[in-house]
Design a protein around this ligand. Sequence first.
Ligand SMILES: Nc1ncnc2c1ncn2[C@@H]1O[C@H](COP(=O)(O)OP(=O)(O)OP(=O)(O)O)[C@@H](O)[C@H]1O
Ligand SMILES: O=P(O)(O)OC[C@H]1O[C@H](OP(=O)(O)OP(=O)(O)O)[C@H](O)[C@@H]1O
Ligand SMILES: [Mg+2]
Length: 285
Amino acid sequence: MTNLKIAIQKSGRLNEDSLTLLKECGISVNNGRDQLMAQASNFQLEVLYLRNSDIPQYVKDGVADIAIIGDNTEREKKTGIVHVLDLGFSRCRLSIAVPRSMEFTDLSDLQGKKIATSYPNSLKDFLTEKGIEAEIHEISGSVEIAPNIGLADAICDLVSSGSTLFKNGLQEVYKIFESEAILVANPCLEGEKRVLLDKFVFRIKAVLAAKNSKYILLNAPETALDRICALLPGMKSPTVMPLKEKGWVSVHSVVNENKFWEVIGSLKEAGAEGILIIPIEKMIL
Ligand SMILES: Nc1ncnc2c1ncn2[C@@H]1O[C@H](COP(=O)(O)OP(=O)(O)OP(=O)(O)O)[C@@H](O)[C@H]1O
Ligand SMILES: O=P(O)(O)OC[C@H]1O[C@H](OP(=O)(O)OP(=O)(O)O)[C@H](O)[C@@H]1O
Ligand SMILES: [Mg+2]
C-alpha cells in the first residue's frame, strides 16, 4: 500500500497545531511521545516527527513527500520545494530590532553594525536589497539576548506578540516579511502519492473554509426579508422557512467570520430577532 509521508515538527511551536489539523481532517494518528514515526489508522499517511529546520531538505530529498513548516523556514533554506497551501496558524514576522536606548531613524542606522540572527540568508538578502553593509552574526537561539551581552548591536528574529523583545529591552524597527505555517511538497510527486495529496488538500481546505465561516440563523418579519437577504450572501442564497407565527420567517445562511460583527449590527437594524451563530465543522465549497 502506498503511503504519503508527511513530516511535522517533533516538538516546538508547530507540533500541536499540525496534529490538530490532521485530527480536524479526520485523520487519526497515534502520537506516542517518543515515537519518531507513526501510521495513520484511517488514511494512507505516515507521519515523520522531525526538527523543523531539517524538514525542507528532507522534503527536497524525497525522504518526506509533504510537510508542515513555517514559511520562514523555507524562505531561509531556499530548497525550492512546492508551497501548496497557507494553513493560517503560527503567524509571526521576521523583524529587525535594536535596543530601546538606541536612537533609530531609518535603516541606514544599521550601516556597519553587527546583527545577530538565526536567519542569515533572509537577513543577507534583505540587507543586499536595501544596500546596507552590516556584519551578520549567526546564532541558533536566544537571539534577543545578543545586544545585552555585547554580542551584537541589533537582532533579526521572529516576533509575534513582541513580549520577548520587550523583556529584553529591544524595539522592533523593521518588518522584513510575514510568515505562517504552510503545507509544502516535493516537486516530483506523482501517481498514487499525487492522488493522496489532492485528497489531503481537499480535506484541509474544507477545514480552513469552515474556520473562517459561521452558520447564522435568525427570525425576521417577512417585510424585512429583502433587506436581510441583501446582507447575507450565503454560499448560494439564504434559506428561508416560514415560522408558525404568520408573517414571520426563519433565515439561515453562512457568514464570513471577519464580517460577522459588522453584519450582525446591520441585521438587527433591519429587524432580525433571535440571532444564533453556530460554528461550522467542515465546509465543502
Ligand atoms: N513566536 C512565534 N509565534 C508564532 N509562530 C512562531 C513563533 N516562533 C516561531 N514560530 C513559527 O514556528 C516555527 C517553529 O519554531 P520553533 O521555535 O518551535 O522551532 P525551531 O527552534 O525553529 O525548530 P527545531 O524544530 O528545528 O528545533 C518557526 O519556524 C516559525 O514558523
Ligand atoms: O514575540 P513573541 O511572542 O515573544 O515571540 C517571539 C519569540 O518566539 C520565538 O522563540 P521561541 O519561543 O520559539 O523559542 P526558541 O528560541 O527556543 O525557539 C522567537 O525566536 C522569539 O524569540
Ligand atoms: Mg523558536
